[in-house]
Write a protein that binds this ligand. Structure first.
Ligand SMILES: [Zn+2]
Length: 287
């Protein structure tokens, strides 16, 4: 079934948990994530990122995501991830998405406010929520150009975040507090105090991007400090590749679908373990 982003985040807030928000630009990942949501009876945010258009167009995967989400017993939000324009968000809404993230984080502050406000207005007509982003996270969802290191000078400023949320009316805020997109080349240094300050300053749930590759205690501590949505892709996509490689090495494998199935099973296992960590109650003694 479909639920809205505000409803999903309210659920996470009540339970003091975070929801997995997984990009599914290949069909095996979509099937895997739906399976996990049904098995764990946990709401999941299914995402499609603009940066994955070269893998799968939103017009192709959107209607499929919508049909599968609607007929499932588990609750899903269908979320456009990292849209760079109001036009891309509108394309998503056109094909069945009911939520979006507009990423104006690389723009000057006033331009980010203007773009985000425009998208919030577009969503409001339909009763949808919008995630905005303030602060810069390096890398992107294709797993690469990030150096795997966050730059503390680009962390989100709580005062600016308060103004951003008040002026735009976003439902949730993606902020920079130590995570990066893609594969980590060294251990992330998360600023938990900053998460608390951002949560207190803005009054909205926080979104962690670059959520792949953290340890369970790191996730739990982030949740304890106010993270309610964890964007996830890179490690699931890597698990799929590793499984496909193993399958290819098997001389008995002669048909492509066997490889696709192995990839699907690997994503199921990987995302299930993430969901288990995120849905455990936040541990007040973690950090
Ligand atoms: Zn992101």
């Amino acid at each position: 079934m479909l639920i809205g982003l505000p409803e999903a985040l309210a659920f996470a807030e009540r339970r003091q948990v975070a929801l997995a928000a997984v990009n599914v630009p290949f069909f095996e990942a979509l099937l895997a994530v739906i399976k996990v949501a049904e098995a764990t009876r946990t709401p999941v945010i299914l995402q499609h990122a603009e940066v994955h258009e070269h893998l799968m167009s939103i017009e192709d995967i959107g209607p499929v995501m919508r049909v599968l989400a609607e007929r499932s017993s588990a609750p899903f939000v269908l979320h456009v991830d990292h849209a760079s324009s109001a036009e891309y968000v509108a394309r998503g809404f056109e094909v069945g998405f009911n939520s979006a993230m507009i990423d104006g984080s690389s723009l000057p502050f006033e331009e980010n406010v203007a773009l985000t406000s425009q998208v919030v207005a577009l969503a409001r007509e339909r009763g949808f929520g919008i995630e905005g982003e303030l602060g810069v996270m390096t890398g992107n969802e294709n797993g690469n150009p990030s150096q795997g290191v966050a730059d503390a000078s680009l962390y989100t400023d709580p005062k600016q975040a308060r103004e951003f949320v008040a002026r735009t009316g976003v439902t949730a805020l993606a902020a920079s507090f130590g995570t990066v997109h893609g594969l980590y080349r060294r251990k992330p240094e998360l600023n938990y105090e900053l998460i608390s300050q951002l949560r207190a300053a803005t009054g909205v749930p926080l979104v962690m991007h670059g959520g792949s590759g953290l340890s369970a205690p790191e996730y739990r501590a982030c949740i304890h400090h106010g993270v309610r949505k964890v964007n996830y892709y890179t490690y699931a996509a890597k698990a799929a590749l590793d499984a496909a490689r193993d399958e290819l090495a098997n001389p008995d494998t002669v048909l492509f679908p066997d490889m696709a199935l192995a990839a699907q099973q690997a994503v199921t296992i990987d995302v299930a373990s993430l969901v288990e960590v995120l849905r455990a109650p936040a541990d007040p003694v973690a950090v």
